[in-house]
Design a protein. Sequence first.
Length: 663
Amino acid sequence: MLKSEAQAKISSLRELISYHDQKYYLEDSPEITDREYDLLMQELIALETEYPEFLTEDSPSQRVGGEPLSKFNQVKHYKPLLSLGNVFGEDELRQFFQRIDNQLGSRPYEFSIEPKIDGLSIVLTYKDGYLKTAATRGNGEVGEDVTENVKTIRNVPLRIKEPLNIIIRGEAYIPKKSFEKINRVRAENQEDLFANPRNAAAGSLRQLDPKIAAKRDLRIIVYEVIHAEEKDLKSHKEELNLLINENFETVSAVYSDDKEEIIEYCMNYYEKRHDFHYEIDGLVIKLIDKNLQEELGATAKTPRWAAAYKFPAEQAETKVIGIEWNVGRSGAITPTAVLEPVKVSGSVVRRAILHNEDYITEKDIRIGDRVIIEKAGEIIPAVVRVLFEKRETDLLPPDFPDACPVCGSDAVRLPEEAVIRCTNTLSCPAQIKRSLEHFASKAGLDIKGLGRQVVFQLYDQGLIKDIADLYYLEKDQLLSQERMAEKSAQNLLDAIEDSKNRNLSQLLAALGIPLVGQKAAKILSKAFGSIDQLMKASEEELILLDDIGEKMARSIYTFFNEDHNREIIEKLRQAGVTMKEDLSPIIESDITGKTFVITGTLSSYTRTEAQALIEARGGKVSGSVSKKTDYVLYGDEAGSKLEKAQKIGVPIITETEFIDLLK
Ligand code: IVH
């Protein structure tokens, strides 16, 4: 074949494949079989392999999935991704409209009403018309870079018609039929089943191997233009029209400025919820005028111009076959009902939350009772009421624990509290394990690969006793663990190392100080700037801060004045965990971006001082030597770290050389 012929063939194959993608995904009317489609793709790939000079980044062949990643990078969003406030029922819907009228004045405003797709938020960034990045929502400010996986999604254009710089938000989902198929295959292979399509979509999108994601029939429906450099979009309607025109699968919206009509529409929609090829968990109502949206603004997390009308929770009848008591990280011993498995809202429910002793007593729930349970969207199922008419006569109220089910210590319920607590705060294994789990979780330092199972295993094997021990783990210890191979052990060590440099607020939230969540942690880190300053604060000083009440102030004070906690913090510091907010501007120097290990005794500085000098220049200090270390700074009596550096060829420097670098 002549080169020019190959080029022409490649281009016609691409067009043909795109045409069939459109038929299949947008119009739901395929003209060829899957097999025929695969053959076109194979032909294209073969030609592109023979003539790599014609390969382009928007070729449909790029959708088969590239090489596996070792981890997902983080992506900071262009602006924080808001969520939606929920409204249940007609009254709350009226209140939503009323709030808008109160703020803007009572006039008819045009709203869009769209299905609320039960998937996960995705942000797509196009540069000059090419898909450049795709990121998950993450914490709203920073998400994960899942570009390689999203590129495999056939209904997402790799290039749009106009060469736009545009950021789009949508929902990734797996069609209900494909979900059933995935689970059928998993059942045959005796693999764990996904509870619902949403979990399947999340699990697939977070696969490090794009080839696996490519096989899962992931799709994206878009519903918002976050930013469009070249366009002046005045309403949500214009946004959606632009997206439709660019061949995205776009949420199907209807528009109305008649509130009564909208309310009626919502009320009648419940019947239609099964008509879609994907799960929906409600409707989204949006005021569409962009200027008015801006005028209304947003609260901390949700816009005032939009609301999610959630369908009523689905209920089912089942039987309570037991009550389990679990110990949380603060020692709270909370009950869970163990149920006869029953299907609700498309997933099988085996447990329901019982909150506390009073909840059980008030509802008079007994083991053996038949009950009505309810599940709304992602919310954990709850027991709504007991069917007393079906109660067998000999059922007794359940016993409440007076000892911790894990460590056996006394369990007490304080007069002002609703929960029963294990009194063994410092050494109850359940509390420690939960604290460790929390420390590594998304709400804490977000250490990838360190989920509940791994944490519990490391604890049970005696490798970690407290959070600081994580930073002293060695590869050999990890390798001795079940299901821990060379690669995963290294990934875990890297993730732990990486977690040393989180924000102070993240560290504070991770410590699990009772009553201190992410919001309070932010306030504290802003006010004090470092753990050292915070540790010096009195209760009175803490109460002076906005949003820190008496109880929380006491809790913070008590926490930092507890010897055991202080020891752990010291151990974290020794390991090189960042303990202050980096407020000072970085002094650019040869140190910026470099990782140091300090060993031995220095003569001009203490180690802490040396560390501060390095950090002020945008460098990092780590506790252990690895290939990633840039310099080992050594003083008198340096020991094994210096030896290791020499062995693996990491540059070593004296104090004098260090002082030179500082300049
Ligand atoms: S609009 C500020 N529209 O629901 C605009 N969200 O519960 C916020 N979602 O995080 C989003 N379908 O992931 C919007 N048609 C739709 C949606 C939708 C599903 C998701 C989205 C959001 C969540 C909030």
